[in-house]
Design a protein around this ligand. Sequence first.
Ligand SMILES: [Zn+2]
Ligand SMILES: [Zn+2]
Length: 258
Amino acid sequence: MPSSLKITFLGTGTSSGVPMIACGCEVCTSANKKDKRLRSSILVESEQTTLVVDTTPDFRYQMLRENVKKMDAVLYTHPHKDHVAGLDDIKAFNYFQKQAINVYANELTQKALRNEFYYIFAENKYPGVPDVILNDIHGAPFTVGDIDIIPVNVWHLKMPVLGFRFNDFTYITDANRIDDAEREKIKGSKVLVLNALRHEKHISHFSLPEAIALAQELEIPQVYFTHISHQLGLHETVSGMLPAGCALAYDGLQLTMP
Ligand SMILES: [Zn+2]
Ligand SMILES: [Zn+2]
């Protein structure tokens, strides 16, 4: 019997976040809290285990906002800066837990982490730098504590990106294409999160119409869209246009998955 999970959306914005620095558009100046989107990430909690998918540039604030007191693992989708930049702040969990934090990533992301956070992986480390253990995700399901995880390979233009299925909840960001064999891993999910950048087509992200079409094709009863750009429009306006079973995610949204 898999343990029930609490999912918290730490951020639902695209790489520049919403509002975007120096932008005066109606979305970026909206007073609605749901139009404030930090960079995309989710927190997944069971009774015993806490993990985060990606460490965004907003990671520190996201941990403080949600009052996260422990971290068992970080799962990475891909090495773009908006998904990895916050790794340095994992050091607070090292400090209080007095142990290394397990990081799970594909080969491409591991290589980027070793480059971009060279000091974490140096032979002679400066005191106080993050302490992490890299674990390879090579396609097979794996377990973190009492949470079972099925990795799903998706495409971000030509970059392989990992989505993750936890029980009947599947989280996919930064994709614009999913092969048939990988779609099979998503089918049967009760909740699916998909990236939907904006209305117009984009080279490496699903547009809103593409994400809606995919959700319907996969016959998922409840779909949430994330990794949203200010170009998508106001949360309230866009939410009112979506078909049944589709909704925009927003920062702080929580779901309980049996
Ligand atoms: Zn991204
Ligand atoms: Zn990306």
